[in-house]
Design a protein around this ligand. Structure first.
Ligand code: AMP
Ligand code: MG
Length: 426
């Protein structure tokens, strides 16, 4: 295994920096500084079909039982349990039929049964359903059954899924496909949801060349804006792509000011380190508030967090992997909170490392890993190879971060590491 600490040329992001906040401190500062959108004005009512992936702004309370009536779970014959034979066989007269949508209006008497379909109302007098496959047809008017079905089997109770008066979903929940069906099952056609977050994104850097144009010497294509567009779209934000802003204070000033006027969140990439063209911090300091600069993580150390007017501001580093790490660790949780979503903390799993890993103490590292299961179902993670913070291919290949806590310095192959799967945010 290579020790990339010694292979990578020294750069700003490798320096130990006592002024950098520990990752969990930074996360807490952000959490405390971002308030969920205000209550009343910030929600809208939508038709249910428009509500997928939106954040509920109200509790959903059941006004009916689901299912609304006792019904059959099988195609078969409804009868009363006292007509089930103890042993041997028993013949029953067919008194009628109950179809889904067409109930049997009579009573199922002693010695009788009713042909019944899945979802059909249980006839009065019946409490058990014999599956069709377990009944023997005598003729058009009678069947013969054995004793293998137990009393009450194959019947769904009214309200067994949801009881009238029950709070089924609480405000703050991001609506899933299952939730759409659940709300529909209650007969609710419209729901109140939180307004979507408006997020502005731009890249900074004189070296950036538009995608589609040919590179001039010293230029690279602007990839961060595309990554961020994807990440923000996954977070269900309304994304404004403000393009590339040059490393020029007045251009930056203009871009930041206009972005902050119309957005809840402004996100930039690049220009936050200590280079002579790294102007974002200086300009943000003039126009807004810097809550903190620099987090003890790798990659992503020079993250800036602050406010610009009413907008929340994230100045992400320029390195493409650092963009994704800082987004996943700091921006995404902030977006969830701002959107009014009550989110669970990210899933952190334990896996056996297939790689030897090394790092410096004093900062949390997010190495890119590939998480798999071995034949016994045990989780195994290997790093994706070289871990340079400019190597976006490492993110593309990876399906998780291997999270190495601040004080950890090495991991031997075969020992456990913490892993954060990508599924929730990428
Ligand atoms: P900076 O923090 O602006 O010095 O950028 C750090 C590194 O990230 C440099 O190698 C930049 O060229 C690169 N970089 C900055 N912005 C972008 C971008 N939008 N897309 C791809 N790479 C970038
Ligand atoms: Mg730059």
């Amino acid at each position: 295994m290579t020790d990339n600490l010694h292979l990578t040329a020294p750069s700003c992001s490798d320096d130990h920096d006592p002024a950098a906040l520990q990752a969990d401190v930074a996360r807490q500062r952000i959490f405390d500084a971002v308030a969920p959108q205000g209550a009343a004005g910030a929600s809208e009512r939508l038709n249910l079909l428009q509500a997928l992936d939106r954040v509920l702004a109200e509790d959903i309370v059941a006004a009916i039982d689901v299912p609304p009536y006792v019904n059959s779970a099988m195609d078969g014959y409804a009868l009363h349990a006292h007509d089930l034979p103890d042993g041997g066989m028993r013949e029953l007269r067919i008194a009628g039929a109950s179809f889904a949508g067409h109930p049997f209006n009579g009573v199922c008497g002693s010695g009788e049964c009713v042909r019944i379909m899945t979802g059909a109302v249980m006839p009065s007098g019946a409490d058990t359903v014999i599956p069709k496959e377990h009944a023997e047809c005598v003729d058009a008017t009678a069947i013969r059954i054995d004793g293998r079905t137990r009393a009450g089997e194959n019947v769904r109770a009214a309200g067994e899924d949801i009881r009238r008066g029950q709070t089924v979903l609480t405000g703050g929940r991001r609506i899933t496909s299952a939730d759409l069906g659940l709300i529909a099952s209650l007969g609710i056609a419209q729901v109140a949801v939180k307004r979507r977050l408006r997020v502005a994104v731009f890249s900074t850097g004189d070296e950036l060349c538009a995608v589609g144009a040919s590179l001039q010497p010293g230029q690279i294509h602007d990839s961060n804006r595309y990554t961020l567009h994807g990440l923000l779209t996954r977070q269900h934000c309304e994304v404004s792509d403000l393009g590339v802003v040059r490393d020029d204070p007045s251009a930056l000033r203009g871009a930041l000011q206009s972005a902050a006027r119309e957005h809840d969140v402004v996100i930039t990439s690049g220009g936050v380190s200590v280079g002579e063209a790294d102007l974002v911090r200086q300009v943000l300091g003039e126009l807004g508030d810097i809550a903190f600069w620099k987090v003890a993580i790798k990659p992503g150390r020079p993250l800036i967090f602050g406010h610009l007017g009413r907008a929340v501001f994230f100045g992400l580093p320029g390195n493409p992997v650092a963009v994704m790490v800082t987004f996943s660790q700091f921006v995404q949780p902030a977006l969830q909170r701002l959107a009014g979503e009550t989110a669970e903390p990210p899933l952190i799993l334990r896996a056996v490392s297939g790689s030897a890993l090394k790092k410096r103490a004093g900062r949390t590292e997010y190495q890119r890993g590939i998480l798999t299961q071995d034949r016994d179902g045990k989780l195994v993670v290997c790093k994706t190879g070289e871990q340079g913070s400019g190597m976006l291919s490492s993110m593309s290949r990876a399906n998780c971060f291997i999270v190495m806590p601040s004080e950890q310095t090495r991991v031997e192959p075969g020992t456990e590491v913490m892993v954060q799967p990508f599924a929730s945010w990428m």
